[in-house]
Write a new protein. Structure first.
Length: 311
């Protein structure tokens, strides 16, 4: 349970609309991280048409970074799309998260610097992520990756992009993701009182991420109101969810996005896909970016590793 004192603090912090530049400056504080010098990383790029999409690779060990497969095997890869409402955050801001993810899972993590709204609206961020995924799956990166052990993963808006990339890959046949991990994903298209999800009404204020802010994010991401009916914009709208990757969905108890993420998992399961849904008790939206000593993060990695290691 969340204490009365913490609830008071959360209430004080959960206010207002999204002001893009102020939100970006606040997010960029995470770049001031003394631990970054210890991260094992390599920067590269892929192309979406004529646009260079920056990529950062995080390695679980020196052996992995050398490019020499351990015992003759190629490395598993987590293809990661960061959160931030499609508007804020960056690969650099997620350095600590991705480095920890590589070390905790034994995977190489490939983090994608997709372009942000409102300067680049839907479908540009999705297309950047899709181009990165296609390059990885089709062997156009100098990376010892095993296509059968690539998992597409994202948190929040990144979970939306991960789900949309998997949907589009299924539709086009360009490549075939085997697994996806969606961490409190934003897969719906409405956060007003018209939302069918109880968590939007119950958790839509006083828990940092508010329903008002989610509506702002959608307005900044969409190119037109018609986008909200596009399943690549809101994956839960997809009428056909058959032949999708094995899926792990993690949700947070006190999160307005909780119910839509769980409902998306139920619909995937109804379409005969393998799905695991885990709700993290007492957790708030964004908890995955907290330190590894945080119990919710430890629990999440235990669940993720069981899912990743399942044959």
């Amino acid at each position: 349970m969340i204490s009365k004192t913490i609830r008071t603090i959360l209430h004080a912090l959960s206010y207002g609309n999204i002001e893009v530049e102020a939100s970006r400056r606040l997010a960029d504080i995470k770049k001031l991280d003394a631990m970054r010098i210890f991260f094992k990383t390599l920067d590269t790029k892929v192309y979406n048409g004529n646009h260079e999409v920056p990529i950062r690779l995080y390695f679980p060990s020196e052996e992995a970074m050398s490019g020499e497969p351990v015992e003759g095997e190629k490395y598993p890869v987590l293809l990661f799309f960061h959160g931030g409402g499609w508007v804020t955050e960056s690969v650099e801001n997620y350095d600590r998260v991705c480095s920890r993810m590589a070390q905790s899972t034994g995977h190489i993590v490939m983090s994608v610097e997709y372009r942000l709204a409102p300067e680049y609206r839907f479908p540009v961020p999705l297309e950047d992520c899709y181009a990165a995924a296609k390059a990885l799956y089709t062997g156009h990166l100098v990376l010892p990756a095993d296509p059968d052990r690539i998992t597409i993963i994202g948190d929040s808006a990144g979970g939306n992009l991960a789900a949309a990339v998997c949907l589009k890959a299924r539709d086009t046949g360009d490549f075939a993701p085997k697994k996806q991990i969606l961490i409190y994903p934003a897969v719906s298209n409405c956060y007003t009182k018209k939302s069918p999800y109880k968590s939007v009404q119950e958790n839509g204020q006083d828990y940092l991420l508010t329903a008002v802010k989610m509506e702002d994010y959608l307005k900044l991401y969409e190119s037109s109101t018609e986008d909200r009916q596009n399943p690549y914009f809101a994956p839960i709208l997809a009428k056909d969810l058959s032949h999708m990757p094995e899926t792990l969905i993690l949700t947070a108890e006190f999160d307005p996005l909780r119910d839509e993420g769980e409902e998306y998992g139920k619909r995937l399961k109804k379409a005969n896909n393998y799905v695991e849904i885990h709700r993290i008790p007492d957790a708030l939206h964004g908890y995955f970016a907290l330190g590894i000593r945080f119990l919710h993060v430890q629990e999440s990695f235990e669940i993720m590793n069981c899912f990743l290691n399942k044959s």
